[in-house]
Write a protein that binds this ligand. Structure first.
Ligand code: GDP
Ligand code: MN
Length: 396
């Protein structure tokens, strides 16, 4: 789960990380009022969306007058801000963060990620901050510092000091840098975060180290331990198709195509996406119904897939080991009847109780195409979709 920048900053503050003062605003008037409370010469109006690269998209504006603040706020609020991380549909700006402006002398990149190979948190830092880490690693790969943290002892002061020295920071800044880096690690560790990125961490003209931006995401499996963090979820920032499925315990990822997929097992689901593409179609989603899927769960999966208005055909692909084909078939039949499904539907069943499953489908009297193998199923669904699509096109 991701949270907003201002929420991340609030959390980091509790761990001794320096952040600029700021306040949240939901309207241009409130934005001006917040800026007056901060009483600086300049302030920064920042769109709060779950995405980085807002600056380049117009979502971060330094303002000097009330008019500028109100204008920036009016432009951002209610807008679907498109950054190169949001996809073409963008993300809705529902709130703004108004922050005192910082006088920047140097921008540093500081990230904390889970390294799966090391099975540890790794700190990634670079003196070339402000750019995205992908660009830094392409343009200035030698500037990247990596440091692995031993979870048994956590981030040690000497380790943070080493990172600070490698960043080329002035000796006078080292104690502050150590406090910021160890504070970030502590936050990451205690809050069960999956990723923390401070880009940029800045050195100000007055020689202070401040986290100017903050991106924090959490491990969903650990959220039950942090009810206060679960509260920070903002569904307006999520893919509504994914939220619908996730709220019902389904493993679903929305894609851009037209062929909806209902599969059991993540590996088979990915293979199914590949096969659809090889047959000349585009998958609309990844969906793993999981093992032991009841007819109710299958029905729910159909609802999740059909929630996507782009879906024009459906492929069900089940290799039943823990699952039972007859349960799946029962769910499919119920879904077609209850949801009055008219689009092409191809079902491939294999494994436990496959005969019973096929019998249920064949005797249902419904318009369901069956297939023996995955390749055959993918070919059939793509062909049926193309036919239905041209039919639609002719009808129009
Ligand atoms: P992002 O574009 O979503 O990563 O948003 P950031 O919060 O990182 O802001 C983008 C850029 O705006 C930063 O890298 C800074 O260069 C600039 N910026 C943000 N806040 C300030 C500020 O208070 N003062 C100055 N001078 N620049 C700022
Ligand atoms: Mn940033």
């Amino acid at each position: 789960m991701d949270i907003h920048e201002y929420q991340a900053k609030e959390l980091l503050k509790k761990f001794g990380v320096n952040v600029p003062r700021g306040g949240i605003a939901y309207s241009p008037e409130q934005a001006v009022y917040r800026a007056q409370e901060l009483s600086g010469e300049k302030c920064v109006v920042k769109a709060q969306i779950h995405s980085g690269a807002r600056g380049k998209a117009g979502g971060v504006r330094i303002c000097s007058t009330d008019d500028e603040i109100a204008d920036a706020a009016a432009w951002m609020l209610g807008r679907k801000l498109v950054t190169h991380q949001t996809g073409p549909q963008g993300k809705l700006v529902g709130r703004l963060y108004i922050e005192e402006a910082t006088d920047i002398a140097q921008e540093i990149y500081l990230g904390f990620v889970m390294d799966r190979k090391e099975e540890r948190v790794v700190v990634v830092a670079s003196a070339q901050g402000g750019m995205e880490i992908e660009d830094i690693s392409a343009d200035e790969p030698d500037s990247i510092i990596r440091s692995v943290v031993d979870p048994a002892v956590g981030m040690q002061a000497f380790q943070a000091r080493e990172i600070a020295f490698q960043l080329g920071l002035d000796a006078a800044l080292i104690p502050q840098a150590v406090k910021q880096i160890t504070g970030c690690y502590k936050a990451m560790d205690e809050l069960d975060a999956a990723m923390l990125e401070i880009n940029p961490l800045v050195v100000t003209g007055a020689g202070e180290i401040v986290a100017l931006d903050a991106k924090l995401s959490f491990d969903d499996n650990a959220l039950f331990r942090h009810p206060d963090i679960s509260e920070l979820r903002d569904k307006s920032q999520e893919d509504s198709r994914e939220t619908y499925a996730e709220d019902r315990g389904l493993s679903y990822i929305g894609l851009e195509g037209e062929i909806g997929c209902i599969v059991n097992g993540a590996g088979l689901a990915m293979a199914t996406l590949d096969m659809i593409k090889m047959s000349g179609g585009e998958p609309a989603n990844f969906l793993d119904v999981g093992g032991g899927a009841s007819p109710e769960r299958v029905l729910m999966s159909f609802k999740a897939v059909l929630n996507d208005p782009n879906v024009e055909a459906i492929l069900v692909n089940i290799f039943a080991g823990i699952n039972r084909c007859d349960w799946i078939a029962e769910g499919v039949v119920r879904a077609v009847q209850e949801l009055k499904l008219t689009m092409p539907l191809v079902v491939r069943l294999s494994g436990t109780n496959v005969e019973e499953g096929r019998k249920l489908l064949n005797e249902s009297g419904l318009n369901i195409t069956t297939a023996e193998t995955l390749a055959e199923a993918a070919d059939k669904v793509v062909a049926a979709w193309k036919k239905a699509s041209t039919k639609n096109a002719e009808a129009i």
